[in-house]
Design a protein. Sequence first.
Length: 163
Amino acid sequence: MTDLTKTTVKRRSELAKDIELKITTSRQNVNKIENYTKAYREEVKAVIKTITEEGNYWKKLIDKKVDSLVELVQDEEQKALHNMSALTKVYRGVFENCQQWQKNIKGLETVADVLLLQKLKKLKVFVDNIDLKQVQERSSVSYRNKKHSHTEIDSLFGELQFR
Protein backbone atom coordinates (compact mmCIF):
# COMPACT_ATOMS: atom_id res chain seq x y z
CA MET A 1 0.00 0.00 0.00
CA THR A 2 1.13 3.44 -0.79
CA ASP A 3 0.58 6.53 1.10
CA LEU A 4 -2.56 8.46 0.11
CA THR A 5 -0.72 11.75 0.09
CA LYS A 6 2.05 10.44 -2.15
CA THR A 7 -0.53 8.98 -4.54
CA THR A 8 -2.48 12.23 -4.62
CA VAL A 9 0.66 14.30 -5.23
CA LYS A 10 1.77 11.88 -7.94
CA ARG A 11 -1.65 11.92 -9.60
CA ARG A 12 -1.82 15.72 -9.40
CA SER A 13 1.64 15.98 -10.96
CA GLU A 14 0.76 13.54 -13.74
CA LEU A 15 -2.54 15.33 -14.38
CA ALA A 16 -0.81 18.71 -14.42
CA LYS A 17 1.70 17.39 -16.99
CA ASP A 18 -1.14 15.92 -19.07
CA ILE A 19 -3.04 19.19 -18.94
CA GLU A 20 0.11 21.17 -19.81
CA LEU A 21 0.71 18.84 -22.75
CA LYS A 22 -2.89 19.29 -23.89
CA ILE A 23 -2.58 23.07 -23.55
CA THR A 24 0.68 23.08 -25.52
CA THR A 25 -0.74 20.81 -28.23
CA SER A 26 -3.99 22.82 -28.40
CA ARG A 27 -2.05 26.10 -28.62
CA GLN A 28 0.10 24.64 -31.42
CA ASN A 29 -3.02 23.40 -33.21
CA VAL A 30 -4.73 26.79 -32.87
CA ASN A 31 -1.59 28.48 -34.26
CA LYS A 32 -1.49 25.97 -37.15
CA ILE A 33 -5.18 26.54 -37.91
CA GLU A 34 -4.69 30.32 -37.77
CA ASN A 35 -1.69 30.04 -40.13
CA TYR A 36 -3.63 27.67 -42.41
CA THR A 37 -6.59 30.09 -42.36
CA LYS A 38 -4.34 33.02 -43.22
CA ALA A 39 -2.65 31.06 -46.02
CA TYR A 40 -6.01 29.82 -47.33
CA ARG A 41 -7.45 33.35 -47.36
CA GLU A 42 -4.39 34.55 -49.29
CA GLU A 43 -4.90 31.72 -51.78
CA VAL A 44 -8.57 32.67 -52.13
CA LYS A 45 -7.60 36.30 -52.78
CA ALA A 46 -5.00 35.22 -55.35
CA VAL A 47 -7.47 32.89 -57.10
CA ILE A 48 -10.16 35.58 -57.17
CA LYS A 49 -7.64 38.06 -58.56
CA THR A 50 -6.54 35.58 -61.25
CA ILE A 51 -10.14 34.74 -62.22
CA THR A 52 -11.01 38.45 -62.34
CA GLU A 53 -7.95 39.26 -64.47
CA GLU A 54 -8.78 36.41 -66.85
CA GLY A 55 -12.40 37.55 -67.06
CA ASN A 56 -11.28 41.12 -67.77
CA TYR A 57 -8.92 39.82 -70.46
CA TRP A 58 -11.80 38.01 -72.20
CA LYS A 59 -14.08 41.03 -71.76
CA LYS A 60 -11.47 43.24 -73.46
CA LEU A 61 -11.12 40.78 -76.33
CA ILE A 62 -14.90 40.62 -76.70
CA ASP A 63 -15.14 44.43 -76.58
CA LYS A 64 -12.45 44.69 -79.26
CA LYS A 65 -14.30 42.16 -81.45
CA VAL A 66 -17.60 44.00 -80.94
CA ASP A 67 -15.97 47.34 -81.77
CA SER A 68 -14.35 45.81 -84.86
CA LEU A 69 -17.65 44.36 -86.11
CA VAL A 70 -19.51 47.61 -85.45
CA GLU A 71 -16.81 49.60 -87.26
CA LEU A 72 -16.95 47.20 -90.23
CA VAL A 73 -20.75 47.54 -90.44
CA GLN A 74 -20.51 51.33 -90.21
CA ASP A 75 -17.82 51.44 -92.93
CA GLU A 76 -19.94 49.29 -95.21
CA GLU A 77 -22.93 51.49 -94.44
CA GLN A 78 -20.99 54.59 -95.51
CA LYS A 79 -19.90 52.92 -98.76
CA ALA A 80 -23.45 51.78 -99.55
CA LEU A 81 -24.92 55.20 -98.73
CA HIS A 82 -22.29 56.89 -100.89
CA ASN A 83 -23.11 54.57 -103.82
CA MET A 84 -26.86 55.08 -103.36
CA SER A 85 -26.36 58.85 -103.22
CA ALA A 86 -24.30 58.81 -106.43
CA LEU A 87 -26.93 56.69 -108.22
CA THR A 88 -29.67 58.99 -106.97
CA LYS A 89 -27.84 62.01 -108.46
CA VAL A 90 -27.45 60.24 -111.82
CA TYR A 91 -31.10 59.21 -112.05
CA ARG A 92 -32.30 62.57 -110.74
CA GLY A 93 -30.29 64.25 -113.55
CA VAL A 94 -31.84 61.92 -116.15
CA PHE A 95 -35.26 62.59 -114.68
CA GLU A 96 -34.78 66.36 -114.82
CA ASN A 97 -33.42 66.23 -118.39
CA CYS A 98 -36.38 64.15 -119.52
CA GLN A 99 -38.81 66.58 -117.88
CA GLN A 100 -37.10 69.46 -119.67
CA TRP A 101 -37.28 67.64 -123.01
CA GLN A 102 -40.92 66.91 -122.35
CA LYS A 103 -41.53 70.65 -121.92
CA ASN A 104 -39.52 71.36 -125.07
CA ILE A 105 -41.68 68.96 -127.09
CA LYS A 106 -44.83 70.74 -125.91
CA GLY A 107 -43.25 74.08 -126.80
CA LEU A 108 -42.47 72.81 -130.31
CA GLU A 109 -46.10 72.10 -131.13
CA THR A 110 -46.43 75.53 -132.76
CA VAL A 111 -43.22 75.26 -134.80
CA ALA A 112 -43.44 74.48 -138.54
CA ASP A 113 -43.36 70.82 -139.52
CA VAL A 114 -39.90 70.72 -141.14
CA LEU A 115 -38.23 72.53 -138.30
CA LEU A 116 -40.17 70.44 -135.77
CA LEU A 117 -39.04 67.22 -137.43
CA GLN A 118 -35.37 68.26 -137.29
CA LYS A 119 -35.59 69.21 -133.63
CA LEU A 120 -37.45 65.99 -132.80
CA LYS A 121 -34.73 63.94 -134.54
CA LYS A 122 -32.03 65.68 -132.45
CA LEU A 123 -34.02 65.12 -129.29
CA LYS A 124 -34.54 61.48 -130.25
CA VAL A 125 -30.74 61.03 -130.45
CA PHE A 126 -30.37 62.43 -126.92
CA VAL A 127 -33.17 60.25 -125.58
CA ASP A 128 -31.77 57.14 -127.27
CA ASN A 129 -28.36 57.77 -125.72
CA ILE A 130 -29.79 57.59 -122.21
CA ASP A 131 -28.85 54.19 -120.82
CA LEU A 132 -31.14 53.41 -117.94
CA LYS A 133 -29.70 50.45 -116.15
CA GLN A 134 -31.68 48.39 -113.70
CA VAL A 135 -31.29 49.58 -110.15
CA GLN A 136 -29.47 46.90 -108.24
CA GLU A 137 -31.00 45.20 -105.28
CA ARG A 138 -30.79 47.35 -102.21
CA SER A 139 -27.87 46.89 -99.90
CA SER A 140 -28.57 44.78 -96.89
CA VAL A 141 -26.82 43.64 -93.78
CA SER A 142 -27.65 40.98 -91.24
CA TYR A 143 -26.12 39.36 -88.22
CA ARG A 144 -26.84 35.88 -87.01
CA ASN A 145 -26.16 35.09 -83.38
CA LYS A 146 -24.27 31.95 -82.61
CA LYS A 147 -25.72 29.69 -79.99
CA HIS A 148 -23.18 29.27 -77.23
CA SER A 149 -23.14 26.71 -74.50
CA HIS A 150 -21.74 27.15 -71.04
CA THR A 151 -19.07 24.59 -71.84
CA GLU A 152 -17.68 26.88 -74.54
CA ILE A 153 -17.35 29.71 -72.05
CA ASP A 154 -15.99 27.35 -69.41
CA SER A 155 -13.31 26.18 -71.83
CA LEU A 156 -11.96 29.76 -72.04
CA PHE A 157 -11.09 29.74 -68.35
CA GLY A 158 -8.71 27.73 -66.25
CA GLU A 159 -9.58 24.90 -63.91
CA LEU A 160 -10.66 25.53 -60.32
CA GLN A 161 -9.72 22.94 -57.70
CA PHE A 162 -10.62 22.66 -54.02
CA ARG A 163 -8.98 20.31 -51.53
